[in-house]
Design a protein around this ligand. Structure first.
Ligand code: WTA
Length: 646
């Protein structure tokens, strides 16, 4: 239906790899991972060189993942110090504020070095030591990157919590990793609206114990409460320390960061990444997928609260000595031209965003794009959810003027970096396909029983062997790590995604096959939204499913059974939406609430989500076998009262 876009000649010539080289290197990488990754690992500076490269096992009950295990290095030294000799005066971070008339900041590598060292000394003065967990709850400002890098400099383990999460969500994440230190700002600003970050931290700390110190960066200057003995203004603490701070040599397998992400059951999991393999993988993928070249101005719109912000705003680009743009705002503020104005203002060459943003901008038409120049753009990329071919073509044709490759990168918080992605000099592009595996990645498609399917096929996507950026464990719960990712298909990493492979060996991700929602590229567990709903006094039971949403990719459809005596009303709908926003955060708010006197359950009491999904999709003509239900009568009632009517 859509054209294949062959690799343009100039791209094949100038890129790091062309098609022939990709095939050659890919074969080497999967046939001899030790040799391949041994060589790629040399891209970093090691204080103790490694002699072992890969030591990994996906064996049932004994999953263990180690890369470069006898090497030592420091992440901040690799992202900052080692660039000083060659590019000290080059801009490392461009900060574009929410307000287009606000002050742009350009931080050189030399300044970044000073800021990171100073921040690290402040952390030390607060009592933070190697291995301590530090929770970071920050807006998209350079100080967020300083804080992350400062943690890595002294060997502390950061846990960044997205600024859109509620006090309850923060408290859960602080408690899970027993973090005693918090870094935040007075307020954030997005799309002209203030976000009370410090007040959210105060509310979170009222619900959890053990936090000894809160460092507060002044950003908006808004009024905040400071608690004596606990809260410290960053600037005051910074005035008392120097800017000498030697980087702590870390073992390659020492923890680098924890990032909480949603799964199909229970509370969010603390995905643990370690030092050496992660940085090798983040920097190598950043260079190859985007064909990063010296001097490129690179912009990834992700927030540092998500993995994309970790790997492709901070660690990958800075390890490569790039200029990375941090944008505080949103793509539609003050107008839908904002992204392209920022591209023109800063001469951005590479632009990386989520399909949901592209769809939103596409809905506003071509004119807001076409009134900008965008001539600096060389490459466009996407991440976070499947991109529909219409949006892909619009991005390619309207934003990129049909001259920039569109790189659709499939990966996950768990994978640390890109797993399936085209390479701009090597891969003919098919709109809607993430194309081919990255070096060292062995994707397989399996059926429900685990049989490996060959050739053209559809099924579940698994990865047959380890890669350096892979998560090492669920923080504090290795059993949960093994159960979640390695039990469905023994000896293989299960991604949770469905996938099709076409006759050319291209991969097409079809979306999650488990109970994980992907709303505007943000990952949410249905169980989390359900537990927020049932914590409301009027709610007896709740079941949440996703349904196709034109803008968000997926919308949230909640079936809610009220306590006896309670009546469903529009007012209660609004109240429940507010409730979920407060419990989890605005990204989790249900789009539709369906008051259901009963839910379809099997005789053993299991909710039949398959039926709920069909009704939410307004596709109830084909509900399948409902004879096993305890009370088949509830189904017709649900259909009659469905909220999503075409
Ligand atoms: C989805 C984000 C299709 C997928 C980096 C995956 C994608 C989940 C793509 C991980 C893509 C991410 N095409 N689907 N290019 N990229 N996904 O952990 O369902 O926030 O499992 O990591 O997003 O989301 P996460």
């Amino acid at each position: 239906m859509y054209d294949i876009h062959p690799v343009p000649d100039d791209w094949a010539r100038r890129a790091w790899v062309d098609e022939e080289r990709y095939n050659e290197l890919y074969t080497q990488s999967v046939e001899n991972p030790d040799a391949f990754w041994g060589e790629i690992g040399q891209r970093l500076d090691w204080t103790t060189p490694y002699t072992r490269v890969k030591n990994t096992s996906f064996a049932p009950g004994a999953v263990s993942i180690k890369w470069y295990e006898d090497g030592a290095l420091n992440v901040s030294a690799n992202c900052v110090d080692r660039h000083l000799a060659t590019r000290g005066e080059q801009v490392a971070i461009i900060f574009e504020p929410d307000d287009p008339n606000g002050t742009v900041r350009r931080i050189t590598y030399r300044q970044l070095h000073e800021e990171v060292c100073r921040f690290a000394n402040v952390l030390k003065a607060q009592g933070v030591g190697k291995g301590d967990r530090v929770t970071i709850y920050m807006p998209m400002i350079p100080e967020a990157a300083y804080a992350m890098l400062a943690c890595t400099r002294i060997g502390a383990v950061h846990s960044v919590v997205f600024g859109g999460f509620s006090p309850d969500s923060i408290a859960g994440r602080i408690t899970d990793c027993t973090s005693q230190f918090v870094i935040t700002a007075d307020e954030g600003v997005r799309g002209g609206r203030k976000i009370p970050l410090k007040a959210n931290i105060d509310a979170a700390l009222a619900k959890c114990e053990g936090v000894k110190s809160v460092l507060v960066v002044r950003h908006t200057g808004g009024d905040v409460a400071m608690q004596d003995g606990r809260d410290v203004w960053y600037a005051e603490a910074a005035a008392k320390v120097g800017t000498d701070c030697a980087p702590e040599p870390m073992n390659a397998e020492d923890p680098l960061f924890i990032l909480y992400t949603s799964g199909s059951t229970g509370t969010p999991k603390g995905v643990l990444h370690t030092t050496g393999g992660y940085l090798v993988y983040a920097s190598y993928t950043h260079q190859m997928s985007f064909d990063y070249q010296d001097g490129d101005i690179y912009w990834c719109t992700a927030d540092v609260g998500w993995v994309t912000g970790h790997s492709y705003v901070v660690y990958g680009p800075l390890a490569n000595g790039a200029t990375t743009l941090m944008f505080e705002g949103v793509p539609t503020y003050p107008t839908v031209s904002r992204c392209w104005e920022v591209v023109d203002k800063h001469g951005v060459n590479t632009f990386y965003t989520a399909p949901t943003a592209i769809r939103a901008l596409m809905a506003a038409g071509e004119e807001p794009v076409k009134r900008t120049s965008r001539k600096s753009l060389r490459l466009l990329a996407t991440v976070g959810e499947p991109i529909n071919p219409e949006a892909w073509e619009w991005y390619y044709r309207v934003v990129g003027d049909s001259r920039c490759p569109v790189i659709d990168t499939w990966w996950q918080t768990e994978t640390g970096g890109h797993m399936i992605t085209p390479l701009p000099g090597a891969t003919a592009l098919k709109p809607g396909s993430a194309c081919r595996p990255f070096f060292g990645v062995k994707p397989e498609i399996v059926d429900a029983e685990g049989a490996v399917l060959e050739g053209e096929c559809s099924g579940n996507l698994v990865i047959a062997d380890s890669w350096p950026g892979q998560m090492r464990t669920v923080y504090g719960d290795h059993q949960r790590f093994m159960d979640t990712y390695f039990s469905a298909y023994k000896g293989k990493y299960f991604s949770g995604d469905g996938c099709r492979r076409d006759a050319d060996g291209y991969y097409w991700i079809t979306g999650r096959v488990d109970d994980v929602l992907n709303v505007s590229g943000h990952r949410l567990g249905t169980a989390e939204v359900e537990s927020a709903l049932v914590s409301h006094a009027k709610v007896a039971e709740a079941a949440v499913v996703g349904y196709p949403h034109a803008m968000k990719g997926q919308g949230i459809y909640a079936y809610v059974t009220l306590m006896s005596g309670e009546e469903g009303s529009d007012e209660l709908r609004k109240e429940l939406v507010q409730w979920v926003r407060r419990e989890i955060g605005p990204i989790a708010q249900p789009d539709m609430i369906h008051f259901a006197p009963g839910l379809p359950k099997t005789r053993s009491g299991k909710i039949m989500r398959r039926i709920l999904r069909k009704i939410a999709e307004d596709d109830f003509g084909n509900l399948g076998d409902i004879s096993t239900l305890a009370d088949p009568g509830v189904v017709s009632d649900l259909v009659d009262n469905r909220q999503n009517r075409a």
